[in-house]
Ligand binder design. Structure first.
Ligand code: NCD
Length: 305
């Protein structure tokens, strides 16, 4: 029995296998239609979500399994004071696998120790979001057919953006990847991400304050939302939220094969005028996320197709 709390819980070979499975699901969806018949996925979402929860549910339904769960803490016994440990121990009696989102960093780790079934971290506070990274990796793979040698720009809230931390953890393991971190001073990438993922491997990175100064160098531009819910001070959020707005004009000097990504939800970070640009991939990420979650569920439930 295995849980996935961090993207680095998966080896590069396992990531390759998940991508291969996802591509096979895309090519032959009917093969997988009954793969998880009789199995149940519980989605325990203590924090709002549209894509992640619905995509886990769609993934399990398309595998022929069933889903149960809750979409806000207020409708669970957490509102009566029940601990994460107890809630998951209970749900582990009903479900074969759990996807959990929680505002507290580390909550899915606590859950994994108690559940008795595999737990997937569907986002813990400002920490990690490994299944968004699976969606991101499949998107990059389908556009580039490689991860090596790419210059990856990450822009916006790099401090609280959990999708950023997980994506750096994944991409840092491929050869010759370079990072450009584009953020205001207050929202810089946490030092622990640099210390854990980049420094030990000597991976080159730059920190800059504007996207204009690096646009022409990037192979991937990963935009993010300023994470309002993690701010202590509303005035700081308002001051920082519109620091970066990607427009067609700003994309003018970019490479023709740049890919523009965003985990969504978007607020103002990308003008809707960019949506028709062939380089815009953020709605591809949504669909790719479902396929990768299907592949991950199959793996953790040890289902052979
Ligand atoms: C992200 C998240 O929840 O961290 N959303 C998602 O799962 N696609 C990004 C965000 O909320 O900004």
């Amino acid at each position: 029995m295995r849980s996935i709390l961090n993207i680095t819980d998966l080896t590069l070979d396992e990531l390759d296998d998940l991508i291969a499975t996802a591509e096979d699901i895309i090519a032959h969806p009917q093969k997988y239609r009954h793969a998880c018949q009789g199995k149940k996925l519980a989605t325990l979402f203590f924090e709002p979500s549209t894509r992640t929860r619905l995509s886990f549910e769609a993934a399990m339904l398309e595998l022929g399994g069933a889903v149960l769960g809750f979409s806000e803490a207020s409708s669970s016994s957490a509102s009566k004071g029940e601990s994460v440990a107890d809630t998951t121990r209970v749900v582990g009696c009903y479900a074969d696998i759990i996807a959990m989102r929680h505002p507290k960093e580390g909550a899915p780790l606590v859950a994994a120790r108690k559940a008795g079934v595999p737990v997937i971290n569907a986002g813990d506070g400002g920490h990690n979001h490994p299944t968004q990274t699976l969606a991101d990796l499949l998107t990059i793979w389908r556009k580039k057919r490689t991860f090596s040698g790419l210059t990856v720009g990450l822009c916006g809230d790099l401090k609280f953006g959990r999708t950023v931390h997980s994506l750096v953890g994944a991409m840092a393991r491929y050869p010759d990847v370079r990072f450009v971190f584009i953020s205001p001073e207050e929202l810089k990438i946490p030092q622990y991400v640099i210390d854990d993922e980049l420094a030990p491997r000597g991976i080159p990175y730059r920190e800059v304050a504007t996207m204009e100064e690096v646009m022409s160098q990037l192979d991937v531009l990963y935009m993010t939302r300023v994470q309002q819910e993690r701010f202590f001070n509303e005035a700081d959020y308002i001051r920082l939220r519109d620091t970066y707005i990607l427009t067609p004009e700003k994309l003018a000097p970019a490479k023709k094969d740049l890919i523009v990504m965003h985990p969504l939800p978007r607020v103002n970070e990308i003008s809707v005028r960019v949506d028709d640009d062939p380089r815009a991939c953020y709605f591809d990420q949504v669909l790719n996320g479902k396929y990768m979650r299907m592949a991950l569920i199959l793996k953790l439930l040890e289902v052979e197709v």
